[in-house]
Write a protein that binds this ligand. Sequence first.
Ligand SMILES: C[S@@+](CC[C@H](N)C(=O)[O-])C[C@H]1O[C@@H](n2cnc3c(N)ncnc32)[C@H](O)[C@@H]1O
Length: 203
Amino acid sequence: MTGTEHFDQAAATWDLADRRVLLARAVSEAIANRVPLSQELTVLDFGCGTGLVTLELAPMVRSITGADTSPGMLKTLAEKAKTQGTPVHLIPLDATETGKLGGPYDLIVSSMTLHHVADVAALFNQFTQHLRPGGQVALADLDEEDGTFHDASMTIHHRGFSRDQIQTWLAEAGFREINLETATITQKDGKGYPVFLATARWH
Ligand SMILES: C[S@@+](CC[C@H](N)C(=O)[O-])C[C@H]1O[C@@H](n2cnc3c(N)ncnc32)[C@H](O)[C@@H]1O
């Protein structure tokens, strides 16, 4: 099963796992604590999934766009946004294509998606093409883990990341004011997995 098929199948029941809802809420709070959100900001949520973070942030910003490679995830997000009466723009992505992210945005956020992306350094470079000058990123993902976070059936590209590696990739892409902190520790099957939040500003 491809990653996209996995997420398409998981979409309808994704939000039923309390740990995912709690994680998205904690990440959203960490973002709001680190980045001054306002009704001036246009925001992209890269790898938005069912919109757990997208819909938390939506009331705090002018507009928000969710981009994802899984049509099933985007469909679930569209239904939730309609039910809640929250306007969300959606961008279906093909993992092999670049340049479709739209914008320019004031802020690009992402939660728990980077470890599914093969070339994260290239992705950070891509983000710079879709940010306004002075725009920011706020990116949350797993610290390095031992491979137990995902089922063996799930193909992932990274077992979390070292914070030094994320810092290096952001700096090489031209970001400044780079900060890494712990957003939360997510619990799965009785084990805690630290999740970092990386924030940085584009020129
Ligand atoms: C673990 S889920 C996280 C979803 C959401 N951000 C959340 O916090 O609930 C990862 C998401 O990334 C998406 N994804 C995987 N690879 C991607 C890629 N290369 N580009 C964009 N989205 C991707 C998946 O379809 C899935 O919705």
